[in-house]
Design a protein around this ligand. Structure first.
Ligand SMILES: [Zn+2]
Length: 229
């Protein structure tokens, strides 16, 4: 928990956002305990008089929502990070309505507006990126594309021995062939086919979070197939 909080509380644009009080305006419609406790923790760390700071209040605010984090047992740091980012996003998000064109006036359009809003927060502005997958059917060679928003990029570790972050990135972005149970339905062949998939980043986040997967590469292929599609 401390490692994650120290990382988050060292990200300059996030520090600036909370210390400048911008979060108060965003919080107007949501009295989130987690976001308020996070802001106090950030303020204590940067502007407080003490040499050390205890995140106890923040932990208990998050623990009210996710009791697993109140236990003094080992928790998954990445899972903790995801919960914290989700809670901050939910509390600080703003709704954006697309501009209405002149011919779109009327009650029908008004009642549909809520379905076409987008939500952004300081969390999505800083950490959200987009992956683009190119998917080629190996039978008919038709190519399709899928986009996937990400906040944490989970990278495989390609070697049991020493390897660099660059090796992990290369492994993630190399082309994979999905066979057997991992075959993808091809809309042109109208059946499942062996497929070549390659991921690329179509929108880079301002701050990228890497999660290093400790288990094997083959397992990874299946996992990312399931999460991506
Ligand atoms: Zn096909």
């Amino acid at each position: 928990m401390n490692a994650i909080l120290q990382c988050l509380c060292s990200i300059s644009p996030l520090v600036e956002y909370f210390l400048s009080g911008k979060y108060i305006t965003a919080l107007q419609n949501d009295c989130s305990e987690v976001a308020t406790a996070f802001a106090y923790l950030m303020t204590d760390m940067w502007l407080g008089d003490s040499d050390c700071v205890s995140p106890e209040i923040f932990r208990s605010a998050l623990g009210n929502l996710y009791p697993a984090f109140t236990k003094k047992t080992q928790q998954d740091a990445q899972e903790f990070l995801i919960y914290v980012l989700n809670e901050l996003h939910e509390a600080l998000k703003k709704y954006h309505y697309p501009r209405r064109r002149s011919h779109e006036k009327g009650p029908a359009q008004r009642c549909c507006r809520k379905w076409i809003t987008t939500e952004t927060s300081v969390i999505t502005q800083l950490f959200e990126g987009q992956l683009n997958y190119s998917i080629v059917c190996l039978k008919c060679e038709k190519c399709t594309y899928k986009n996937e928003v990400f906040t944490v990029l989970s990278l495989p570790i390609p070697s049991e021995y020493e390897c660099s972050l660059q090796d992990c990135l290369q492994c993630f972005f190399q082309q994979d062939t999905l066979t057997w149970n991992n075959q993808i339905h091809c809309s042109f062949c109208e059946t499942k086919q062996e497929t070549a998939v390659r991921a690329g980043i179509s929108k880079a986040p301002k701050i990228i979070i890497f999660h290093l997967k400790r288990y094997g590469f083959l397992h990874f292929v299946g996992t990312y197939f399931r999460t991506a599609f």
